[in-house]
Design a binder for this molecule. Sequence first.
Ligand SMILES: O=C[C@H](O)[C@H](O)[C@H](O)COP(=O)(O)O
Length: 227
Amino acid sequence: MKSTGGSDAAKRRAGEAAAEQVVDGMVVGLGTGSTTAYAIRALGRAVEAGLDIRGIPTSFQSRALAREVGIPLTTLDDATPDVAIDGADQVADGDLVKGGGAAHAREKVVDAAADRFLVVADESKRADRLDHSIPVEVLPAAATTVEAAVRDLGGDPTLRLAERKDGPVVTDNGNLVLDCAFGALDAPGDLATRLSALPGCVEHGLFVGLADELYVGDDEDVTVERY
Ligand SMILES: O=C[C@H](O)[C@H](O)[C@H](O)COP(=O)(O)O
């Protein structure tokens, strides 16, 4: 799993602290990314020790990791997550930018469906205002029109390119990603609404008002904020 942001020890602390919130019988949304991977591995160890849970993965990658560590899986067709654990690329006032791994569309569906959404992050993800570029997943046929619409909204879109393949990143849903720089956001909710309204936008990485708790790890401890 690609690692971004702060230290692995800080990510591990955050992920493992959030995993401790999971108790017998729960259905757990399994986010994507290097921080959530620590939570998934901790849950796998707990399952091995007898914890009875089911997971709902948010990506090919989190499904593969959950299977590797022995977490039984289900889907949103059959269960509602009691809790979801997921990472973030930036956090300000409980609002998030996600999608550094291009998984934000399914993440948003699962995280929003959960009774409690726990965000796991290291200190490097904190900001006073969100100013990270916003990943926008688009239908391939809409890439050009969404690019133009993002420019009209004051953003600067860049098609995300693959690292070990010629051409663009293709999401788990078969779509493309535009990374859209908007500068520091005064009103992330307004931008979220405008992006959601664009024809051909499958989902964007602004998660506004969705997080319930934030677990932030540093090299010594974990702090928890509730919203
Ligand atoms: O698409 C990926 C997800 O939104 C990740 O949760 C996010 O990029 C944070 O990942 P990491 O914990 O590796 O920084």
